[in-house]
Ligand binder design. Structure first.
Ligand code: ZN
Length: 411
């Protein structure tokens, strides 16, 4: 078998350069169809074809709803559902089944979309959704000419602060900053706008005065800033999405970005900040712990990071227990319902070695996760108590949700 594999490998090396591609099928002059790199019968295996099925047999405790009402503080109802009423109805049914009381949509851009998005979500379901606004950095400027962007005009931050005050009057609960701020938006001279650019201080100050939190997504997973080579732990994913790599001279280092964000948090102690995706540093929870101790106005949320927390279950459990008053539940959804079930299983059971996503291959690293089995009081803080304290509008909705649940169980 080994010899066959060796010979085939040699043959491939010799004939591959002669392959011509016809409609996606490679043919050589030697044989009519090339051998697929599927790992079968001694052939090599392409990483993208690797679909290992675990043979491990351990106890499973599947969960199809959360143990307590949940506030999902990180969702994208504009980007993921666009304005499909049917998709919204379907997702509200998913929320009902899973015990999600409230979802926070982070897609309320101040470029005019906010009103439309509010109509979409609040038309029928005002009690189940909250909206965060987004800064309109470009305004009526042209995308490829930063000199024309609204954010470079005098008085931009003050105007944005006034827009935010109006948005809060109309029911908005917070501000969401996307990762493009730091990684994409440019100054007129072509350099990237710095996350701690003092021109935007009035925006952060305004949020504090208005009593709304800023959920801020800065940088991305550590692997996205590393060379895309055989040592990169997310090579498989980056090979599918090369544009997700921020490695190289065109980008600041990941730590530069995160430290600039932290300086903003430190400079505005009266504004609450929610560091999206475990403050985007779940690969090193010691460092996130240090940040939480240093900045009492910093909170974090878990969206799209159970893959990271779940590969270090002992460390993650200790971390979540220790900072249980600073952590909120988020998903980055709406996702398929199966993903929600995995979330409940992750936080609520001690199951071992299960997939963190319903997708094959796993979308954020080729590993499995282990459950944290958090105690009930910590689960309640994570699922709703902290959100109640930090995000305006949550508490009233949660009370209504509880009342509606109580009525349902009455005969
Ligand atoms: Zn997101």
């Amino acid at each position: 078998m080994f010899i066959v594999a060796k010979i085939l490998r040699l043959k491939c090396q010799v004939f591959l350069p002669l392959f011509l591609i016809f409609g996606g099928v490679a043919v050589s002059q030697d044989s009519p169809v090339s051998e697929p790199l599927d790992g079968r019968e001694g052939r090599e295996l392409l990483l993208k074809n690797f679909r290992p099925q675990a043979q491990l047999k351990v106890a499973e405790h599947l969960r199809n709803k959360a143990a307590f009402p949940v506030v999902d503080v990180h969702t994208h109802f504009f980007y993921k559902l666009r304005s499909s009423q049917q998709a919204l109805e379907d997702y509200v049914a998913v929320m009902d089944r899973n015990r999600i009381a409230v979802s926070v949509s982070l897609d309320g851009s101040l470029n005019g979309r906010l009103e439309e998005h509010a109509k979409f979500l609040w038309g029928r379901y005002k009690d189940r959704f909250l909206i965060f606004a987004n800064v309109d950095w470009l305004g009526d400027g042209t995308r490829d000419n930063p000199a024309t962007w609204a954010c470079h005009r005098a008085g931009f931050a003050e105007r944005t602060a006034r827009q935010l005050a109006e948005a809060v009057d109309s029911g908005v609960s917070g501000l969401k900053i996307f990762k493009r701020f730091g990684l994409e938006y440019k100054n007129p001279d072509g350099s990237l706008i710095k996350v701690d650019d003092p021109r935007f201080d009035p925006i952060w100050d305004a949020c504090g005065k208005l009593g709304i939190p800023v959920i801020i997504h800065t940088a991305d997973p550590a692997a996205f800033f590393e060379p895309v080579d055989e040592t990169n732990e997310r090579w498989e994913e980056l090979s599918r999405h090369p544009d997700w790599s921020f490695h190289g001279p065109n980008y600041p280092s990941r730590m530069e970005l995160l430290e600039a964000r932290n300086r903003v948090i430190g400079k505005h102690p009266n504004t609450n900040f929610i560091g999206a995706h475990v403050a985007n540093h779940p690969e090193d929870l010691d460092v996130v712990s240090r940040w939480l101790r240093k900045y009492p106005n910093l909170y974090i949320e878990t969206a799209s990071r159970i893959s990271e927390l779940g590969r270090q279950p002992f460390t993650a459990r200790k971390f979540l227990m220790q900072y249980s008053d600073r952590i909120m539940f988020g998903t980055d959804g709406p996702w398929p319902e199966a993903r929600l079930h995995i979330n409940w299983r992750f936080f609520e059971t001690a199951d071992e070695s299960f997939a963190y996503s319903e997708k094959v291959p796993p979308p954020q690293g080729m590993w499995r996760i282990h459950g944290l089995k958090l105690p009930d009081d910590v689960l309640q803080q994570l699922y709703f108590e902290n959100a109640c304290r930090v995000i305006p509008g949550v508490k009233a909705r949660l009370m209504k949700y509880r009342q509606s649940q109580a009525q349902e169980v009455q005969p």
